[in-house]
Design a protein around this ligand. Sequence first.
Ligand code: OXD
Ligand code: MN
Length: 588
Amino acid sequence: MASAAEQWVQDQERLAKPDRVYWCDGSDGEAWRLLEIGLSEERLMGPVFQQLNQKTWPTAYLHRSNPNDVARTEKVTFVCHPTKEASGPNNNWMEPEKAKALMSKLSDGCMAGRTMYVIPYMMGHPDSPYAKACMMVTDSCYVAISMRVMTRIGTDIFEKLRNREDFIKGFHSIGTLDPDRRYVMHFPEEGLVWAVGSGYGGNALLGKKCVSLRIGSFLGYKQGWLAEHMVIMGIEDLHGKKTYITAALPSACGKTNLAMMESALPGYRVWTLGDDIAWLNIGPDGRLWAINPEAGYFGVAPGTSMKTNPNMMKTIKRGAFNPTLFTNVALDTDRNEPWWEGIDGPVPENLLDWQGHPWTPSLGTKAAHPNSRFTASIINSPMLDAEAANPRGVPISAIIFGGRRTQLIPLVTESFNWAHGVFMGARMGSETTAAATGQVGVVRRDPMAMLPFCGYNMADYWRHYLNMGNRMSRPPRIFSVNWFRVDDRGKFIWPGFGDNMRVLKWVIDRVTGAVPARETPAGLVPRIEDLDMTGLVLPKEDLERLFTVNMKDWRPEVDSVRDFLKPYKGRLPAEIREQYEKLERQVR
Ligand code: OXD
Ligand code: MN
């Protein structure tokens, strides 16, 4: 008799009617077989893959997506709980039966003439008690290869899930790529993602945002753990002692650069475990333990260079394990190499832009799409932490919430307690950059950097966060950071990048109790003398300015937080309301 997993695959086959079914076994040879298919298969703008210069960029391939399909599409992303209330003001909602009828119609015969790839995969180390077994079908070999880089796939994993019913299911088809027939539907109660009409990473690599965050966060709510949009990093001090922390930052705040930082503070070193997602469970010791459910990077290419992120450049050039894929970058045709704005060196003479058209700077457009990406195995990282493959994960001593704020928010602030820290995360905001929206400096609230990814009502999520703190005997401390405060001339005061280690050192010093802190109405900030400034000269008044908290300037901030919280009113946890009211009293 067919197992539940086999039965489910048969049902998908019956619906999508592919010409062929290909079961991915995760073997080494398979990646290259799938690439061969992609090199020969024509899709819209030529082959799915183009091989790049294998001498300078070993195992690297270029993929161009449809120009109408280059980013996550939040407008057509739905979280379908039985009630709208359960999905919350933070999600689009459709009645589950109606959503299923719509998706069935769009999926009927959608793989005709194509191959359906069947991918058994695991989010997390297969031996981890915190890992989740998943099963996905897709008609894109780009997605199949990307899933192989980003997750752990293979026959052994299928053996683990074949006799289980609780695997997370994912149906993906690029469909017609018509934006009007594009939907990314989530059915959290059933552990099902159903995505049609997009081949773009965040919509199509279902293990990532859809499973690890939207479905994962809801499972965490039910089962007592957290799925977070966070980097996981280990910081080694002068004596070889490692402290593990996680950090949540919205896009355009240097999250990946932080995860792979080269420390500017002598004697300190960063080890990476993940750059995007952390699953956080309470261990038997009462501490919070983090695993990275993913196995690869899906990072933004523009801006990545030997200056901003040398470790990532080494990772994507290493090519030792799994293919490295580039999506929508430009192509230096003389060298057959990928290129993007911000990469090292001069602009090459002969470039094709991300759509394959000849390009010169005089066109005034971007050669690489601003959201062009690399997909690379984390195993290629030269700074992978020794514990990255530990199924139990690593114990977390501090959680950091960050954002891009040119005013108000100090370089670093420690929360007074867990509830205050959760409120810090809940009121998180980040200013838009021109690249993202065309509008500069508008504050967007993005609680815990989870607004687009929380698979249930965010007020219930804050309740769950608060409960998690109450359940831990040794909870991590919660901090907020902001590298982006400017002076009167609009210049960044803090140098950022490797110098951010000075802030992380203070965070660790607080965790170990090595230094006292200065109390402000917004939280605890460093005394200037406790910030290790070895090798960095910054005028004292600039440093002081980084930690200035002037509550009379906070009125618009408090108003904006109030407006943001308003739709959650009836469900808002009392602790969050109290924290807000306390802040409001301080600006009166
Ligand atoms: C991502 C995102 O791609 O957060 O990681 O959008
Ligand atoms: Mn992300």
